[in-house]
Design a protein around this ligand. Structure first.
Ligand code: GMT
Length: 375
C-alpha cells in the first residue's frame, strides 16, 4: 500500500507512535510518506520505503497567525495526487483529521483516511467549545478511527459524542531499542555518581498534567528509609518549579536533572523503579519503554494507565496525588526481592501478550486493507 502519515514531529508520544508505525510499515514493504512540519523525532535512519515531505508554513504580513492547517492540507493533497496514496493516517484529531479531509477533497481521489486519537486531542481540547465541533467533524469524516486505550474511547464518547465507531489499538514501542542499551551501564552510573543506591526515575515533557511535584514528594519519603537517587529526565514548563521544590526539600544531592535527551534507553536500564504519577494519561507510552528497560512502574490509576499496568501484577497503581501510597509501595518492594522478581517476570509476559509490535502493526495493516477492500 501507499500510505501517508501526518503527526506532530516533535518529542511527544503521538509523534513517536506515528513514526514507529511508519518505520514498521515500510519494513513490511509498504511505501510510507511522512507529511509533517519537520523531520519526525526518532526517524533518524532512513529506510528505502520512507519519504519525508516537509510542510513549510510561510508567514505573510497579511496573516496574524501562520496558516499551518491550510499549508498542511495543500501538501497532503499534493502528495496524495503525485504518489497516488491509498491511505492517509492522521495522528491527533486537530487539526490533522480536518486537514486530511480537506486534502482528500482537494486531490479529488478515493484515498481513505484513518485517524488515531492520542489523548490530549480529546481529554483537553475536547472541552474547548471553540474546538469541539471541529474535533467531532474530523472524527466523523474519517473512514476509520482508532484510539490508544479503552479509556480514551470512553472519554471520546462522553466528551465528543461522535457518530462513529472507534477501534482500540494499543500503542507499542521499538522493542529492540528499549531492550538493549547502547551505552555501558556502569559508565552511566559512574557519570551520575551512583553506586549502590536504589534508582528511581521519571521521563516526561514536564507539563502540569504529569504532576512532577508528586514524584519529588514520593521520592522525598523513600530517601529517608532507603539509600536512593531520583533521575528527572526531560524538560518543560514545570521544570523550574520542580527544581525549586527539590531545593526547598533539601534533597539536591540526591536528585539528578538530566534534561531533554535523544537517547534514554540506558536510564531505564539503570532504574529500579519508574514513576508516572500523571493526573490523566490516555496510555503512558513511557511505561512501555521503562518496562522494556526492566524498571518496575508505579503509575496512577487514571485514564489508560490501568490498561498498561495491572496492579500488583506487572507494576503498581496508586490514586492520583497519593504520594504516601506510592512511597510505601516502593519501600515494601525494596524489602521484598521475591515480589520484585515476580513483577519483573510478569512485566515481560504482559509486554509480549499485549504490547508486541508485530500484532499491533498488523492490526493497522488490516484496518487499512479492510477500508480499501470496502471500496
Ligand atoms: O502528554 C504527552 O505525553 C504527549 C501526548 C501527545 O499528544 O503526544 O501524549 C499522548 O499520546 C501518547 C501516545 O499515544 C500517550 O501515551 C499519552 O498518554 C498521551 N498523553 C495524555 O493523555 C496526557
Amino acid at each position: 500500500m501507499k500510505i501517508g502519515i501526518t503527526c506532530y514531529p516533535n518529542i511527544g508520544g503521538s509523534g513517536v507512535v506515528a513514526t514507529e508505525l511508519g518505520k514498521k510499515l515500510a519494513q513490511r514493504g509498504h511505501e510510507v510518506h511522512f507529511i509533517t512540519s519537520s523531520m519526525p523525532f526518532r526517524l533518524n535512519q532512513m529506510n528505502d520505503n520512507i519519504y519525508v515531505h516537509e510542510v513549510e508554513v510561510n508567514n505573510y504580513a497579511v496573516f496574524q497567525y501562520p496558516p499551518y492547517d491550510l499549508t498542511l492540507s495543500t501538501k497532503i493533497s499534493e502528495v496524495i495526487s503525485e504518489y497516488e496514496l491509498d491511505i492517509i493516517h492522521m495522528h491527533y484529531a486537530v487539526p490533522h483529521a480536518i486537514c486530511g479531509h480537506l486534502a482528500i477533497s482537494m486531490a479529488n481521489r478515493d484515498t481513505k483516511m484513518v485517524t488515531t486519537l492520542h489523548g490530549t486531542d480529546i481529554t483537553v481540547l475536547g472541552y474547548d467549545s471553540s474546538l469541539k465541533p471541529a474535533i467531532k467533524f474530523g472524527i466523523e469524516k474519517s473512514d476509520a478511527v482508532t484510539a490508544v486505550s479503552q479509556s480514551l474511547i470512553e472519554d471520546t464518547d462522553t466528551i465528543i459524542k461522535p457518530n462513529q465507531d472507534i477501534e482500540l489499538i494499543y500503542n507499542f514501542v521499538d522493542e529492540e531499542k528499549f531492550s538493549t542499551p547502547k551505552i555501558d551501564l556502569n559508565k552511566v552510573k559512574k557519570s551520575l555518581c551512583i553506586s549502590d543506591e536504589i534508582v528511581i526515575s521519571h521521563v516526561s515533557n514536564f507539563r502540569s498534567v504529569k504532576r512532577v511535584e508528586d514524584i519529588i514528594h514520593t521520592f522525598y519519603k523513600v530517601q529517608f528509609k532507603k539509600k536512593s537517587v531520583l533521575l528527572l529526565i526531560g524538560d518543560g514548563p514545570m521544570l523550574f518549579k520542580a527544581k525549586t521544590l527539590v531545593k526547598a526539600l533539601g534533597i539536591e544531592k540526591k536528585v539528578r536533572f538530566i534534561g531533554k535527551q535523544e537517547e534514554i534507553t540506558h536510564y531505564y536500564h539503570i532504574s529500579d523503579f519508574f514513576l508516572l504519577m500523571s493526573e490523566k494519561e490516555s496510555f503512558g507510552l513511557v511505561l512501555l519503554e521503562a518496562m522494556y528497560g526492566g524498571a518496575i512502574c508505579i503509575a496512577t490509576n487514571a485514564g489508560g494507565m490501568k490498561e498498561v499496568i495491572h496492579h500488583n501484577e506487572n507494576g503498581i497503581l496508586v490514586d492520583v496525588g497519593d504520594t504516601n501510597q506510592a512511597s510505601d509501595y516502593i519501600i515494601d518492594l525494596i524489602s521484598d526481592p521475591e515480589k520484585m522478581k515476580k513483577i519483573k517476570e510478569n512485566m515481560k509476559q504482559i509486554l509480549i501478550n499485549k504490547f508486541s509490535t508485530d500484532p499491533i502493526v498488523r492490526k493497522y495493516e488490516s484496518l487499512y486493507l479492510g477500508l480499501l477492500n470496502k471500496g
